[in-house]
Design a protein around this ligand. Structure first.
Ligand code: DAK
Length: 257
């Protein structure tokens, strides 16, 4: 794989996936998302694996979808690429997935961490949905999962301002399971994975499904709504302006068109 490292942690039953585009702060291009999907599907079928840890590096879990890859697209392009089917496949993983987050978890990166079942964060972790700053909105569950995790007021603030949430605040609001010093975040995630790997794998996957089911009916409706609005924005001038301004390293001039 080109952008993803897969290894068996030195603990039985635990697989470690590491996003590996460090220069781009692990920006999630289509290829990387495809690799994550394929790897999770294979690990789901592998009886020697019970729990999966998904990590980035100390500076970034992932700074979002790849803006350079998305900037020129319109809503028809986005519909045809149908990246949602990749995200939906990831969501169908039966085994528990623990996100080990340090540094930036922004946009699609924040959404990917929330798609996991638990989050262990380093003290330097920063969560956010800054899509509004580049003329769009969250498209992979951010408006839904963040709202369920943080409550409406805080989620609305993050989605409308693009501000980041610190690890401590994320723990306070229940978005993450535990915050530890940066040198321990991966070990802590692997420890948690090891603990769960000793449980019945069948019970773990059915229990995961049941916990998720507690809000999935509403989630499906909400995701559908979010996706329609997300696509719509790719026909706006503000999307082009916002993403090009990021690439050209200048402030955007939004006109509402
Ligand atoms: N995309 C592409 N490149 C990125 C990137 C991104 N999201 N984030 C960072 N990079 C690149 C930078 O362009 C830079 O590249 P060079 O200039 O060196 O070539 C390099 O990574 C290092 O970044 P910086 O120089 O900017 O580093 P700083 O420490 O100064 O700043 C930062 C770090 C994270 C604050 C900054 O890089 C930043 O603001 N990044 C963008 C964050 C952002 O807006 N994220 C949301 C993107 S939109 C979908 C699913 C999901 C999504 C969409 C659709 N479907 C299923 C359809 C999600 C959308 C998004 O995530």
């Amino acid at each position: 794989m080109k952008f993803l490292l897969e290894e068996r942690a030195a603990r039985p039953g635990v697989a470690l996936l590491t996003l590996n585009r460090p220069k781009e702060l692990n920006a999630l291009n289509l290829e990387l998302m495809q690799e994550i999907k394929e790897s999770l599907q294979a690990l789901d079928k592998d009886d020697s694996v019970r729990v999966i840890v998904l990590a980035g590096n100390e500076k970034a879990f992932a700074a979002g979808a790849d803006i350079k890859q998305m900037a020129g697209r319109n809503s028809v392009d986005m519909l045809k690429i149908d990246q949602f089917s990749t995200w939906d496949q990831i969501r169908k993983t039966k085994k528990p997935i623990i996100a080990a987050v340090s540094g930036f978890a922004l946009g699609g990166g924040c959404e990917l961490s929330m798609l996991c079942d638990m989050i262990i964060a380093s003290e330097t972790a920063k969560f956010g949905q800054p899509e509004i700053k580049i003329g769009v909105m969250p498209g992979a569950g951010g408006t839904q999962r963040l709202t369920k995790a943080l409550g409406k007021a805080k989620a609305m603030e993050l989605v409308l301002t693009g501000d980041f949430l610190s690890a401590t605040e994320a723990e306070k609001h229940g978005l993450v399971n535990k915050v530890v010093p940066v040198e321990f975040y991966l070990t802590e995630a692997l420890n948690l994975a090891e603990k769960i790997s000793k449980m019945s794998p069948l019970a773990a996957s059915l229990a995961k499904e049941a916990v998720n089911r507690s809000f999935e009916t509403f989630l499906d409706e909400g995701l559908h709504f979010e996706r329609k609005n997300f696509y719509l924005l790719f026909d706006s001038e503000d999307q082009k302006e916002g993403m090009n301004a990021f690439i050209e390293k200048r402030p955007p001039k939004f006109t509402g068109k």
